[in-house]
Structure formats: structure tokens, C-alpha cells
Design a protein around this ligand. Structure first.
Ligand SMILES: Nc1ncnc2c1ncn2[C@@H]1O[C@H](COP(=O)(O)OP(=O)(O)O)[C@@H](O)[C@H]1O
Ligand SMILES: [Mg+2]
Length: 262
């Protein structure tokens, strides 16, 4: 894969993640095996919002888990950028919210800071500011079961951002909410990203979402997952779905994935 013609020292400076010829096979005790990833190459630069789109079962979650260090590849390697190698934080947001049900919203958001020894007044102050930023002002003391699905995902994003991650991994985080909530969450995420310039890798099987959010869209082929194509998206934000270029991209990606998506 081409790395865009930047020399190796500047490449090192701006690189958040390099995935090189990564393969992953799952083997069961009964001897069956599933090849989930094959020859995956990817370079993510600092501050990029990369979306990864592909059919269910093509290996997207497997790749995110490898990036998070939750699993290891059996071919190739993954390399994190300098600032992530030395104590930088990686945060993860999943499709189904991961808030502690027995903690209030503010206590969920401040939990990561508590674990890092931040004193109570400061962590509550930072958590309240984050909740306000994701549109949950006034819900600080609500428990997860008192919040809607979209609000829980807002809280989960605030929780992830609380530790000021250098890399944010998002695995179909808006997959379980209705369409209008999804559009609101996409806008909120875009605003947060433009403000913080956190590197984000966002997985989805929704083509529209991939184009709305991504500064780069990576299209995954069917299992074993392999990168079929990369598109750099330079459309202005907020993205206009009626824009010709948007529609062209949508059709191009849908054609590549046709037969793979349900
Ligand atoms: N821990 C595991 N053990 C066995 N097979 C797995 C495991 N995790 C994922 N797989 C298989 O690997 C393939 C890719 O899965 P996954 O990464 O979850 O896909 P996606 O997130 O794109 O839907 C699927 O066929 C899935 O069944
Ligand atoms: Mg998945």
C-alpha cells in the first residue's frame, strides 16, 4: 500500500497506527477454523477520522480488537504511533452501551478519572463539562436505565473522552438507535472530532454513515476481511447527502459491497 509519498521521519511523526499484512484465523477446539482477516494493510494518521465499512462478519470487530490489544494477529503486525506507545490512551465505544448500571451518568463519566487518581472535585467538574458537551446537561444524576438509547451512547462517548484518549475506537456505536437519533449523534461526533482532533477509527456497516463521518473511508471485502478500497473524502462538513459527489461515492461503495450487505 502506498503511504502517500511522505518520508519516513515525518511519517513516524504523524502516524497514529500502522497495520501491516495482518491476518487472523480463529480456531476452535473441534478443529474448525475461520479466517477472519487476510493481508490487511492500513495507515492511520493522527487526527484522522477513519471509517471502516463492510458487511456483517467481514472482520471489522476483529480488526478493532487487534488495534485495542485485546487479541493478537497471527500474521503481520500492528504498530501504534509514538504518542500511543508511551502511555497514550486508547478508548473503546461499542454498539451496546457499556455504562455501569449502578452508577449515575456523571459517576460513569468520571470513573476513568477516578481510576487515574484524579481528585473528586476535579473529576466531577470535568465529567459535568463533558456531559454538557455531549448534550446531557441536566442528566448528570440519571441512571443508565433512565436514559434513552441515544442518550446512553452520548454518555458512553463522554465516558470514553474523559480519559483524553489519543485514539478512539468505535464499533458500530450508533447501530442500535433510530434514524433521527443516529443523525444527531453523527453530528455530535463530527463536532467533537473537529474540536479535539482525536484520531478516531469508526466501524459501521452503514455506507451513508461511513461517508457522512469519514475523512477517509476504508471498504472491507467479504470474509476473510481484506481492504478492497480506500476513499479520501474531502466534502465540506456538515456533509450534504444530496451532494452529487456524495451520491456518486455512495453508489460506488454500494456496488463494491453489493451482495455483501443485508
Ligand atoms: N472469538 C472468535 N472465535 C471464533 N470465530 C470468531 C471469533 N470472533 C469472530 N469470529 C468470526 O470471525 C468473523 C469476523 O467476525 P467479526 O470481526 O465479528 O465481524 P464484523 O465485526 O465485521 O461483523 C466471523 O465469521 C466471526 O464469526
Ligand atoms: Mg462487529
Amino acid at each position: 500500500m502506498s503511504h502517500g509519498g511522505i518520508d519516513s521521519s515525518s511519517k513516524e511523526k504523524v502516524m497514529a497506527l500502522e497495520v501491516y499484512k495482518v491476518g487472523k484465523t480463529f480456531r476452535s477446539d473441534t478443529g474448525t477454523s475461520v479466517k477472519a482477516l487476510r493481508d490487511v494493510n492500513l495507515l492511520v494518521r493522527q487526527g484522522e477520522l477513519v471509517t471502516l465499512v463492510g458487511a456483517t462478519g467481514c472482520g471489522k470487530t476483529t480488526l478493532l480488537n487487534l488495534i485495542a490489544g485485546l487479541d493478537t494477529p497471527d500474521e503481520g503486525y500492528l504498530r501504534l504511533g509514538q504518542d500511543l506507545r508511551f502511555g497514550g490512551n486508547i478508548a473503546h465505544v461499542f454498539q451496546h452501551y457499556t455504562l455501569f448500571p449502578w452508577r449515575t451518568a456523571i459517576s460513569n463519566v468520571s470513573f476513568g478519572l477516578q481510576m487515574r487518581g484524579v481528585r473528586r472535585t476535579e473529576r466531577l467538574c470535568r465529567a459535568a463539562a463533558l456531559l454538557a458537551k455531549v448534550g446531557l446537561k441536566g442528566f448528570e444524576n440519571a441512571y443508565p436505565h433512565e436514559l434513552s438509547g441515544g442518550m446512553r451512547q452520548r454518555a458512553a462517548i463522554a465516558q470514553a473522552l474523559a480519559i483524553e484518549p489519543k485514539l478512539l475506537l468505535m464499533d458500530e456505536p450508533f447501530g442500535a438507535v433510530d434514524d433521527s437519533t443516529r443523525t444527531e449523534l453523527q453530528q455530535m461526533l463530527t463536532d467533537l472530532w473537529q474540536e479535539n482532533q482525536t484520531t478516531i477509527i469508526f466501524v459501521t456497516h452503514n455506507i451513508d454513515e461511513a461517508i457522512v463521518l469519514g475523512s477517509k473511508v476504508i471498504v472491507f471485502s467479504e470474509r476473510p476481511g481484506k481492504i478492497a478500497c480506500e476513499f479520501k473524502i474531502e466534502l465540506p462538513r456538515p456533509r450534504d447527502r444530496m451532494n452529487n459527489e456524495f451520491t456518486k461515492l455512495f453508489i460506488q461503495i454500494r456496488t463494491m459491497l453489493s451482495g455483501q450487505l443485508d
